[in-house]
Design a protein around this ligand. Structure first.
Ligand code: DQA
Length: 150
């Protein structure tokens, strides 16, 4: 089975309580269960990681290089300014899918810019907790590409 890491940045440990009108009422634990059962059906084993600390997130990203087939990342506010996360993703040489639960383009200007998108394979945002399962679908199509029948 392919192995993927799901990396969550600052304040995502507060999901369920944090601004539920924006992020919904599911906790990160709920999202982990949903994503894991969806990923299993795709032949992916996924491990969840969360930290509020930039250096710990850099180390988690680096671990993808030798231990995983790809990753999903919600870098929280670090998305918008952390060149350290960007450089870490680039060195892994593995596919990353960037996700955001909210539609960052409909929010404050500072959320419109991501410094990590360029080193990710794609971005999924605005669909609430479903962004994680949609990202698992996207990663699965990259890691285990199926023959396309026309
Ligand atoms: C977020 C959007 C970011 O702008 C914000 O800082 C977050 C969560 C999202 O999932 O919508 O912490 O990444």
């Amino acid at each position: 089975m392919s192995q993927i890491l799901v990396i969550n940045g600052p304040n995502l440990n507060m999901l369920g309580k944090r601004e539920p009108e924006i992020y919904g009422r599911l906790t990160l634990g709920d999202i982990e269960k949903l994503t894991q059962s969806h990923a299993e059906k795709l032949g992916l084993r996924c491990t969840f990681f969360q930290s509020n600390t930039e250096g710990e997130i850099v180390e988690a990203i680096q671990s993808v290089r030798d231990n995983y087939d790809g990753a999903i990342i919600n870098a929280g506010a670090y998305t918008h300014y952390s060149y350290a996360l960007r450089d870490a993703i680039a060195l892994t040489d593995k596919p990353f899918v960037e996700v955001h639960m909210s539609n960052v383009f409909g929010r404050e200007d500072f959320r419109h810019k991501s410094v990590i998108s360029a080193v990710c394979r794609g971005v999924i945002c605005g669909f609430g907790a479903s962004v994680y399962t949609l990202a698992a679908d996207a990663l699965s199509s990259i890691i285990n590409p199926a023959e396309i029948e026309v």
